[in-house]
Unconditional design. Sequence first.
Length: 457
Amino acid sequence: MNAPEPLQPARLKTLLVLAWPIIISRSSQVVVGLCDAVMVAHLGKAALAATTTGAFNAFALLILPMGVVFIVSSFTSQLFGSGDALGARRFGFYGLAVAGLAQVFSLLGLLGAPWVLARLGYAEDVRMLMASYLNLRLLSGGAAIGIEALANYYGGLGRTRLPMVASVTAMVLNVLGCWLFIDGHLGAPAMGVAGSGLASALATNIAFVGLLGFFLYEGRALGRVVPRLSGREFLRMLRFGIPSGFNWFLEFFAFNFFINVVVVGLGTSALAAMMAVLQVNSVSFMPAFGMASAGAILVGQSIGAGQKDRVPGIVWLTFKANAVWQTVVGLAYVAIPAVLFRPFLGDDVDRDAFLAVGVRMLTLSAAWQLFDATVNTVAEALRAAGDTAFMLWARVVVAWALFVPGSYLTVRVMGGGDVVAVAWVVVYLAVLAVVLTVRFRRGAWRKLQLVDPLASG
């Protein structure tokens, strides 16, 4: 099985053909988040804060195994680029093994969630609602990681449309489930915030089962459902994948601290507004991350084919595409922030004050768009090359030595408001963009050996 087309000179058309299904997949995740937020907003700001922050906390719990399975794409793209399709398929199963562990991890998180939430500064109503949401949402943790594992397997092969189908299916089912279970329709119980968690859990599990079934069916067509697996290969995947996982986990844990300690101290209105702003910003982040992932596929395939000199051109092309997109989004945040924020308004009596805070935060978030485009593009390229250890340390240092203490001291200790809080997100992304760009330009990624040279298909 050869890969001639991806090894042609990188052009915008080549990038977009790979990217648009990933963008739709990632955008469908945005729709799920927005749907959850908008469909509970009429229940009040406590429900909105509980649902959006609960989803954020669930994501933070799963980001470690999710970051680990992101490395599946790095291996499969390099193996596919070298012509070893069977070797690439083995990494799909290694990713599924991580998904199984993630489900166990999710169940432990479900048991520990009430204890953790009780020790954070949430208002009582927000805490109780969030617990009801997490009790159901975390039942699909393994399925969520399983979808990511198989999406990264197929993505490395350049087959990005199949994972898109699974993601869109999950989106449609989630929207339908929210309509059924939040307010109660067609005889379903009106579960409120908990209904949003149930809808997400059911949709994710159903979509995963469908994608897994297709993956196993393809194995039958090849004559063997499960290829001969290697403990040595699995450990090698973990060697590169665990730093990738901790990279994402520690960064999101820093943002979790920022949300749950720094922003929560500004009150429920500021917390709900910040989470709504992050939901809106996911409109720019997820498509940009999808574009960066497509660029990373081309990077990995080029490295696997022994054509590392093509990589800088691919990265530059990907950045330009992302920069155009995120600049347009940033301009919209400046031009029409009230229009974009208005769907998150509930029936609370302080609608005007809540809108004012949200508009201010959303407008300021335009300042981080180009930095975000840089981080997405360069980080995904470095991940495709296997430079996961450096990215781990870079994000840990910038997040935990700068962002976390700086935001805490200026917002909680010195009394800075929501403007200062948003400014720290801008500072964090700006510094990280510079660090990763310097790393890429110095070319250490050229010397890395991701795929075991002794492995064979």
